[in-house]
Design a binder for this molecule. Structure first.
Ligand SMILES: [Zn+2]
Length: 194
């Protein structure tokens, strides 16, 4: 049946606090309301508000299956005749995610990928730029600059948060650096990026 269907790749991206997970949830809810077969996957690293769910900074969440790498995503989703595969925190899956989502879209699924396209030091964050290039549809979101309120395409670490940096090997610290929250990162516009 899936061979009769045309899959596609949709990308939702932007800096932290731009509402990427909210937009992903909106699409998942619409698909569920339509009675479609949906699978939501998030990276196992992201357990800021409990495992096996996609959470937003505003506190909403939906159930999700966790995966640690792209091979797990392929194993979970391939042959499931999915209508929609939603992948959150895509930046954590690395470059291998590209071939995985292309394979699954080729099998007929609509694959929606959400993730950061910039690092906290304002560099492109693979594999989102590559996925944007290969997608049928790209939704590029902006956050709100914490200084002036302008559209923000960046997020940066707040210096105060790292003033008394405990041991870098502390897994809690390592996780905070990757995941963050309002306590350690701020959205910044081009003018206020430091
Ligand atoms: Zn600004």
């Amino acid at each position: 049946m899936s061979t009769e269907r045309a899959g596609s790749l949709q990308v939702i991206t932007g800096p932290m606090f731009s509402g990427k997970s909210e937009e992903l949830m909106r699409r998942v809810h619409r698909s569920q309301l339509a009675g479609r077969r949906v699978l939501v996957i998030t990276h196992a690293l992201d357990d800021r508000r409990g495992v096996e769910q996609v959470s937003t900074h505003t506190g909403r969440s939906i159930p999700a299956t966790t995966a640690t790498d792209s091979q797990q995503i392929l194993a979970l989703a391939s042959g499931q005749d999915l209508d929609l595969l939603a992948i959150d925190e895509a930046q954590f899956f690395g470059p291998d995610l590209i071939s995985t989502v292309l394979t699954l879209a080729g099998e007929g699924a609509v694959v929606v990928v959400s993730g950061l396209c910039v690092t906290f030091d304002a560099q492109p964050y693979p594999p989102l730029p590559e996925l944007m290039a290969l997608a049928e549809q790209v939704t590029k979101l902006t956050a709100v600059c914490a200084v002036c309120g302008a559209d923000a395409v960046y997020h940066q670490r707040i210096q105060a948060a790292s003033a008394s940096q405990p041991g870098a090997t502390d897994p809690t610290v390592a996780r905070a650096e990757h995941i963050g929250g309002t306590e350690s990162y701020q959205a910044r516009c081009r003018r206020h990026l430091e």
